[in-house]
Design a protein around this ligand. Structure first.
Ligand SMILES: [Zn+2]
Length: 260
């Protein structure tokens, strides 16, 4: 079989035996790829594979017996992330974001949209004062990227709108809602008394901003609202796609310390 060339993102990087690594990669043309890199853990050797989660590299490879399993002959960096400079929260989100993408990506399914999103993510100048805003922004992009979305503009039961556009500004109905994950939408408290997965008018406003004025999500959004939206996004992704992300627990535990 011929040797191919491809640019890939590193989605996971797991130590295996004494000196080997098992990696998952995302390719625009081939989707999810896996490889064992013998001697990959050895530092400074010819076999070493010194890359981190989210790094973007070029590989020369050959497809093995299963078409998602490859043998890598060589690798060169394209974009390397400076993970040592990440804040702890940024690092936790980074692991969560890449693990989620690994769960979504499929072997043999071209992943042009996911690789475009990752390209945008790794090139973003991450600003620590807007960390949670950026997390909400990228998870929103991920949800839209895979063709889903939370319908937030009306109650799915009584059809009363949650917001009303006026001349200069949009008014949000002062009502509480809950997210009905199966229907991908909201139900107001007048229609059903459900106190799980609560969605407040402030959260609806943030979901609306993400659609119509994404640049404004960096202005004066309370931390509590940002974190609540991130939780709803996570719940939505998990239940809609039936995925489990191990890194979510530690991320949300850390975020809950900021929720005052
Ligand atoms: Zn209703």
């Amino acid at each position: 079989m011929k040797i191919e060339k491809e640019s890939v993102f590193i989605l996971s990087n797991t130590p295996y035996r004494d000196s080997d690594l098992i990696v998952n990669l995302l390719s625009s043309n081939y989707g999810l790829l896996s490889a064992t890199i013998y001697g990959g853990k050895k530092i400074g050797k010819q076999t070493s594979f010194p890359f981190h989660l989210g790094d973007y590299i070029d590989i020369d490879f050959q497809i093995q017996e299963r078409n998602d399993f490859i043998k890598i002959y060589s690798s060169q960096k394209i974009v390397l992330l400076d993970i040592d400079r990440f804040s702890y929260l940024h690092f936790l989100f980074h692991c969560y974001f890449l693990e989620t993408i690994r769960q979504i990506a499929k072997p043999g399914n071209p992943a042009k949209d996911l690789t475009a999103l990752l390209n945008n993510y790794v090139k973003t100048d991450w600003q620590n004062q807007f960390e949670i805003n950026q997390m909400v922004f990228f998870i929103d992009k991920l949800i839209k990227n895979i063709g889903f979305g939370i319908n937030y503009d009306l109650c799915l039961s009584c059809f009363l709108p949650t917001l009303k556009p006026q001349q200069n500004k949009t008014i949000f109905r002062k009502n509480m809602y809950y997210l009905d994950v199966i229907e991908s939408g909201l139900i107001c408290q007048s229609c059903a008394q459900n106190t799980t997965n609560l969605v407040t008018p402030a959260m609806i406003k943030l979901l609306w901003l993400l659609d119509v004025h994404p640049a404004d999500i960096y202005e004066k959004i309370p931390m509590k609202t940002l974190i609540s939206v991130l939780k709803i996004q996570d719940l939505y992704l998990k239940q809609t796609l039936e995925i489990k992300t191990k890194s979510a627990e530690i991320l949300f535990k850390e975020l809950s310390k900021l929720e005052i």
